[in-house]
Design a protein around this ligand. Structure first.
Ligand code: PLP
Length: 375
């Protein structure tokens, strides 16, 4: 049976991986500065993570959400302690789109409204409401286009205030650092004013931390660079280091009502064991501070190596903006130097999303390869 042809594929077959290294079926080594699309947070095959998942699957991989699951409580309390999001409630699901779908739905339940404000350049996922809030008409099916979404330019406060004044917007959904779009960021004064406008108009603020979350930007969540307090925070990707898990953190003032949200697989035993191990390693290896320090060092290296690109993003959620499309450069890095990097909707941006455990030596190898490709 043929596979549905979803993406153009590179002719590489990863077979095993360790830390920031991926090995293909021919035994060739690759440096992973893409993290399988910002998913690998603590490094591939981390021994603590492997051990927890192995032990859990041998004991109990899954049981339904109709019974108590102490692993969910373990994950929630570690998450609360490490993120600093005190009092928030946790709902677990399986992916980033699903997290945003539930966040948007919850905002609609809470406010009784159905309009959403999203930003130009955004990417929030491919399920119905999530894709409707994504600024890419080519992936929005006619069915999804029935959602009421208003798109405002990022950092344009006037247009946000204008859209909120009718007091019929359920939520503003924002990536504080836009991932797929190309690493544009919210300005602190802008997002603080958006938060204020949300409070004044009874609109909920949803921070999409699916790509930035769990330390990638040098703080546990990207919104924490700006001193705001979102009503709902969506997470996935790095949360499970490859094991599918997503979730939303819900402000203490939003009450839960039975039946509003639900899931079969979300928060299953195996996913929680993996998610819990990720938090252990983040804390033990101080990976959030490491991401911040290496991100700053990376930016300095761009000028030290006279790379003709502008740095974007923060921490280890980085972009290099060139003045030419980077498709060929990415291929050269991959096939000639065995380095995985990422693309963005902005064709001139090369994305760097390594495991948060990446070392200076590994990034130095990248700069040497980049210089050679640019010659
Ligand atoms: N939100 C953001 C910011 C993302 O970057 C992504 C995926 O790239 C998603 C949501 C969707 O996540 P998923 O692919 O797990 O559904």
């Amino acid at each position: 049976m043929p596979l549905f042809d979803v993406y153009p594929l590179y002719n590489i077959t990863p077979e095993r991986a360790e830390g920031c290294k991926v090995f293909d079926s021919k035994g060739q080594e690759y440096l992973d500065l893409y993290g399988g699309h910002a998913v690998i947070s603590i490094g591939h095959s981390h021994p603590h993570y492997v051990e927890r998942i192995q032990q859990q699957v041998a004991k109990l991989g899954f049981y339904s959400n109709a019974v108590k699951n102490p692993l969910q409580e373990e994950l929630a309390s570690k998450l609360e302690a490490l993120s600093g999001c005190t009092g928030y409630q946790l709902f677990l699901c399986n992916s980033g789109a699903e997290a945003n779908e539930n966040a948007l739905k919850l905002a609609s339940f809470q406010t009784g409204r159905k309009k959403i404000l999203a930003f130009k350049g955004s990417f929030h996922g491919r399920t119905s409401a999530a894709v409707a809030t994504t600024d890419n008409p080519s992936i929005v099916a006619p069915l999804n286009a029935q959602h009421e979404v208003v798109f405002c330019p990022l950092n344009d406060l006037g247009s946000v205030k204008n859209a909120l004044q009718s007091q019929d917007v359920a939520a503003v959904i924002v990536e504080c650092v836009q991932g797929v779009g190309g690493l544009d960021q919210v300005e602190t004064t802008f997002i603080q004013e958006v938060e204020k406008a949300c409070r004044e108009t009874g609109t909920l603020l949803i921070a999409d931390e699916v790509q930035a979350g769990y330390g990638r930007t040098g703080k546990f969540f990207a919104f924490q660079h700006h001193g705001i307090q979102p009503d709902i925070i969506s997470m996935a990707k790095g949360m499970g280091n490859g094991f599918p898990i997503g979730g939303i953190l819900i402000h203490p003032e939003i009450p839960a009502k039975h039946g509003m949200l639900g899931t079969t697989f979300g928060g299953n035993h195996l996913a929680c064991a993996g998610g819990s191990a990720v938090l252990d390693v983040l804390e033990e290896e101080k990976l959030v501070a490491h991401a911040e320090a290496l991100g700053e060092w990376f930016v300095q290296q761009i000028s030290a190596h006279q790379i003709p690109a502008k740095p974007k993003g923060r921490g280890l959620m980085l972009g290099l903006a060139f003045d030419f499309p980077v498709g060929e450069l990415r291929k050269k890095l991959l096939f000639e130097h065995h380095i995985f990097t990422g693309s963005a909707n902005d064709p001139k941006v090369l994305r760097i999303l390594p495991p948060l455990s990446v070392t200076k030596e590994e990034l130095t190898r990248f700069f040497a390869a980049l210089k050679s490709c640019l010659q």
